[in-house]
Design a protein around this ligand. Sequence first.
Ligand SMILES: NC(=O)c1ccc[n+]([C@@H]2O[C@H](COP(=O)([O-])OP(=O)(O)OC[C@H]3O[C@@H](n4cnc5c(N)ncnc54)[C@H](O)[C@@H]3O)[C@@H](O)[C@H]2O)c1
Ligand SMILES: O=C(O)[C@H](O)[C@H](O)COP(=O)(O)O
Length: 378
Amino acid sequence: MTKKTLVIDDAVPYAKEIFSHLGEVITLPGRDICNHHLLNADALIVRSRTQVNESLLKNTAVKYVGSTVVGLDHIDQHYLSTEGITFYSAQGCNANSVAEYVITILFQLAEHFGFDLSRKTLAIIGVGNVGSRVYSKAKILGIECLLNDPPKIEANPDLLLNEPYTDLDTCLKADIITVHTPLTSNGKHPTLDLISAEKLKRVEPHQIIINAARGGIINEAAWSKTKTLANIIDCWENEPYIDKALYDTAFIATPHIAGHSLDAKVAGSSMVYGNLCKHWQITPDKSWQKALPKSPEPIEIQNLANKQATLCQIFSKTHNPQADDLAIRSENHDEVEKKYEKFRRNFPVYREWQQQKVLLPSDKNLCNTLLSLGFRCH
Ligand SMILES: NC(=O)c1ccc[n+]([C@@H]2O[C@H](COP(=O)([O-])OP(=O)(O)OC[C@H]3O[C@@H](n4cnc5c(N)ncnc54)[C@H](O)[C@@H]3O)[C@@H](O)[C@H]2O)c1
Ligand SMILES: O=C(O)[C@H](O)[C@H](O)COP(=O)(O)O
């Protein structure tokens, strides 16, 4: 069998360790992968920064495309299908990372503005892999939720019987609104401009809006003029050339890193690797897992404040989105745009809650909550 060639986005962690036993691995920055790199490649493995379409793949040898991320708006799936190119996407690989990002920020907001999260309502728009994990964590933490996901309800109306699904307009009255839909512009429930200028007119100054899904789901021009208590923005239109007016309104502005835990990135790579091995009928080799770092040092909490404050401290020690905000923040917007992609490509490694051990004074209630959220607790 001739040796295969795989072209891989160099932001795919452990690309060489994981994929080299399948063939020759060529790594390139995702944005720089062009048609001429792929002429003799058998497989292309990307993250979100490579637009996979006819102009990229025309007259190449590529017969397999693997996306190690969840969003699909960079993939022309119709073209791949008509050309008989196998496509696989690591759906759900980073859902937990995004859910932890959202929950951490909710606690940071509550501590900053001095409110009790258990007295607030959180509306989750899009209840798939990410939204359902936000929901399950919020329930554990005593946060009342509203859910909105018309495609899911149409597929399974019984969900209305036991879960707080409701219409979008009702959700947009919630204290906190977080969107977790794909960015779609066709079909029965397109999400482009889902929270339109018209809908934003009804948002009140006490409300908080979070977008860690895709730029464009919320009308950015109108959002930048909408008075809110806080805007939390991880996903923007035209990244990295993000809108200054919207950026200037953000309480936390991060460069599309909500799904960037090491665990999420490795899960994406590992899922594509497993699918490619199956596709090429090769037995997977798991020796690359030895390259993974050990679990992080335990989080030590000396003194217990109230439960919300202590949880905020623990979540923030795991990963602090405010540090990511500060990493790109600048009065000079050109500087923000310059730092945006550079910071993403050199993103500090952090591990998810299930890799974390917490050492704290005995508190059964707090420990049970932490265990339910996936932490180990001593
Ligand atoms: N910021 C990040 O780093 C990051 C990481 C992962 C995913 N994402 C984005 O978040 C999106 C969701 O991720 P996921 O893994 O949960 O995907 P998913 O496909 O599991 O869930 C998306 C959910 O949205 C629902 N939906 C679709 N159209 C809708 C509409 N008009 N109104 C309400 N709900 C609608 C779907 O029915 C589905 O349940 C992804 O498409 C991606 O764009 C961002
Ligand atoms: O689509 C996704 O899974 C997420 O938006 C993910 O963060 C994209 O990762 P990136 O390619 O931007 O590193």
